[in-house]
Design a protein around this ligand. Structure first.
Ligand code: MN
Length: 255
């Protein structure tokens, strides 16, 4: 049965709208291009997640958002083509009860780190949210060299989720990365700053010896950068840039 998005309950409707905004932001900031995708766990059901049909994120609308179970079967695909790598999302949600949003992307600045094995660690303060060091998933370890590198089934998805472990980011050698977090705005923040940190680190490595953030600095910063005062400000900025005008600050004050 085809159900219009307009008929959904208000929590779900808001979640879908926020997911559309997240798609547009990540596309606008250059994290997602033709490929890549962002999902969120269903706001009312832990055993489901929301993800667009197979469409470039910059074009995603509310009517493109579908519901999936954690095996990554669509509840109702409405005849639409699905992302072939949706097991990335389902398998991470299965492995991590704390994760409410996942982004898979191929941001160019990240790729050299997975390809070379040069450690990707935070070097500037706002990127502390990516974790102390970003692990790399090597698909060849479990699946040999006769693969497309794509996560097209749950076996590959579980393997990737294992490499992510309890962390928030993971590189995929020769392919891209995943970011996972406790809510959608945090995953957007982490995906953007992961990409920025990689570009800054690459430049720094060309210039000389790199002074990474220390474990103590990462610990101090990671709480702060994902706190509401930082996240609200970043989210409004990215919304505006992606074409979703924000309200004046006085109307945004929390009661
Ligand atoms: Mn991919």
């Amino acid at each position: 049965v085809t159900q219009s998005r307009a008929d959904e309950g208000s929590d779900l409707r808001q979640a879908i709208q926020q997911l559309v905004v997240a798609n547009r932001i990540l596309a606008h900031e250059g994290v997602l291009d033709v490929f890549g995708h962002v999902s969120m766990r269903h706001p009312e059901r832990n055993d489901r997640y929301l993800l667009a049909c197979s469409r470039s994120p910059e074009l995603v609308t509310a009517d493109d958002i579908l519901e999936f179970d954690l095996e990554s079967n669509a509840l109702d695909d409405r005849g639409l083509t699905l992302y072939s790598e949706r097991p990335i999302h389902g398998c991470i949600y299965q492995a991590r009860a704390d994760v409410k949003a996942v982004c898979h992307n191929h941001a160019h600045s990240l790729l050299p780190f997975g390809i070379t094995g040069v450690p990707l660690k935070p070097v500037f303060h706002v990127a502390a949210a990516i974790g102390y060091e970003v692990p790399t998933w090597e698909i060849r370890d479990e699946f040999g060299d006769a693969t497309t590198l794509l996560v097209t089934d749950n076996d590959r998805g579980h393997s990737l989720a294992k490499a992510l472990g309890l962390g928030t980011t993971c590189l995929m050698r020769g392919h891209g990365s995943v970011a996972a977090a406790g809510d959608l705005r945090r995953v957007v923040y982490i995906a953007i700053t992961l990409m920025q940190n990689a570009a800054i680190l690459s430049e720094s490595l060309r210039m000389g010896a790199v002074n990474y953030l220390s474990p103590g600095e990462v610990e101090q910063l990671r709480q702060r950068v994902l706190a509401p005062r930082s996240l609200d400000r970043a989210w409004d900025y990215w919304c505006e840039r992606a074409g979703f005008p924000t309200r004046p600050a006085v109307e945004n004050q929390r009661s």
